[in-house]
Design a protein around this ligand. Structure first.
Ligand code: 13P
Ligand code: SF4
Length: 318
C-alpha cells in the first residue's frame, strides 16, 4: 500500500516538474518503456523515430529526454545549440554497448563498397560510420530505397536485421548484436500462453527472435503496437512481447474498452522483460536533473557533424 507521506511526496514532485519546465522553457520527451510517472509528466511520448522527429522540430530551449543514452544523444546531435538533459546518464542499451566503434570500424573493413545501415540503437561514433540510420518503424521502408545491386551491412541488431531480410528479400551482412530484453522472451512459454488464451492477439517488437515473431499476429515498433491495440475490437486480449512499460499507454488509450494485456513471459521467473536501462530513470532523478541542469548530454562537435548526416538522411527518407 502507498503511504500518505509517499503520496504527498510524489505530488510535490509532479508540481516541481511543472514549475521547472516553465522556468527552463523545457520540453519533456519520453519513450514508452519509461516508468508510468515519467510518461504522465511528459509533453510527448513516442517511439524512437517520433522522438527524433520531435527533437528535430521543438522550439523549447531545453530538451529533457526520458529514455536511454542513444536517444538523448540523437536529440543533442539534432540540436547542438540546445541543452539536452537525461535523468540518469547511465541509462544505456545492450545493443549500443554491444557494438563498440573500434570493433565496428574493423568489421566494416571486411565489407568495402557496402552501404552501411545502422539501427538508431547505437553510439554517435557508430552512426558517424553509417550511411543511413533506421528505427524499427522505418527500417523496411528505408532498406527498400537502397538500389538492389548495392550490398548492405546492417548493425547492430541481428534479430531486427533478420526481420528486415524476411520482409524485403534483401540479403544483408549482420552485426551480431541483440537486445538483452527482447532476446529473453520464451517461445515455449508464449506457446503455452497462446493455448491458455486461444483468442488473444500476440503483438511483438521486431527485436524479438524469429521464433517469437513467427508466433505473432502483429509485429511493429512500440508506436505501431500501440496503434494496433487502439484499432482492435473491444474486449480483445493481447499478449505483449515487448518491454511492459508500453502497457501503461495501452491502458490509458483504451479505458472502458474491455481490452486486457498480458506481458509475454521471459525464459525464467525473473523480471527481465523490463529494460534495466530504461528503468534507471525515475521521477526523483528527473526533478534533480531539471533543478541542477545536470546530467547534460555533450557530444564532440566534429563527431556530431558526422553523425548528423545519416540521421538527417533517415528523417528525409522516412
Ligand atoms: P521503438 O523505436 O520501437 O520505440 O524501439 C526502441 C527500443 O529501444 C526497443 O527496444
Ligand atoms: Fe536497448 Fe533493449 Fe532496452 Fe530497447 S529494450 S533500450 S533495445 S536494451
Amino acid at each position: 500500500m502507498v503511504s500518505a507521506a509517499k503520496f504527498e511526496h510524489s505530488l510535490d514532485l509532479f508540481d516541481d516538474v511543472e514549475r521547472l519546465k516553465r522556468e527552463l522553457n523545457a520540453v519533456i520527451l519520453a519513450h514508452y518503456y519509461q516508468d508510468p510517472d515519467l510518461q504522465d509528466v511528459a509533453d510527448f511520448i513516442g517511439d524512437s523515430l517520433q522522438l527524433a522527429q520531435m527533437a528535430a522540430t521543438t522550439n523549447a530551449e531545453v530538451i529533457i529526454f526520458c529514455g536511454v543514452h542513444f536517444m538523448a544523444e540523437t536529440a543533442k546531435i539534432l540540436n547542438p545549440d540546445k541543452q539536452v538533459l537525461i535523468p540518469d546518464m547511465k541509462a544505456g542499451c545492450s545493443l549500443a554497448d554491444g557494438c563498440p566503434a573500434n570493433a565496428f570500424e574493423q568489421f566494416l573493413k571486411r565489407y568495402p563498397n557496402h552501404f552501411v545501415i545502422s539501427y538508431i540503437n547505437c553510439s554517435a561514433a557508430v552512426k558517424a560510420m553509417s550511411d543511413v540510420i533506421v528505427t524499427s518503424s522505418n527500417a523496411v521502408r528505408i532498406v527498400e530505397q537502397v538500389p538492389k545491386d548495392v550490398p548492405i551491412v546492417f548493425a547492430p541488431d541481428r534479430h531486427l536485421g533478420k526481420y528486415i531480410i524476411n520482409q524485403t528479400g534483401r540479403d544483408m551482412i549482420l552485426w551480431p548484436g541483440v537486445c538483452q530484453v527482447h532476446e529473453l522472451f520464451s517461445e515455449k512459454k508464449l506457446t503455452q500462453l497462446k493455448e491458455r488464451y486461444p483468442n488473444a492477439k500476440v503483438i511483438a517488437h521486431p527485436e524479438c527472435e524469429t521464433t517469437v515473431l513467427d508466433l505473432s499476429d502483429f509485429i511493429g515498433s512500440t508506436r505501431a503496437l500501440l496503434n494496433y491495440v487502439i484499432d482492435a475490437p473491444k474486449d480483445t486480449t493481447f499478449i505483449v512481447a515487448t518491454e511492459p512499460g508500453i502497457i501503461h499507454q495501452m491502458e490509458q488509450k483504451n479505458k472502458g474498452s474491455g481490452k486486457s494485456f498480458i506481458p509475454a513471459p521471459p525464459d525464467s521467473a525473473c523480471a527481465c522483460n523490463e529494460c534495466p536501462h530504461m528503468k534507471l530513470n525515475t521521477l526523483e532523478k528527473l526533478v534533480l536533473a531539471m533543478r541542477f541542469r545536470n546530467p547534460e548530454l555533450v557530444v564532440d562537435s566534429e563527431l556530431a557533424k558526422r553523425a548528423l548526416e545519416p540521421i538527417q538522411r533517415m528523417l528525409d527518407w522516412s
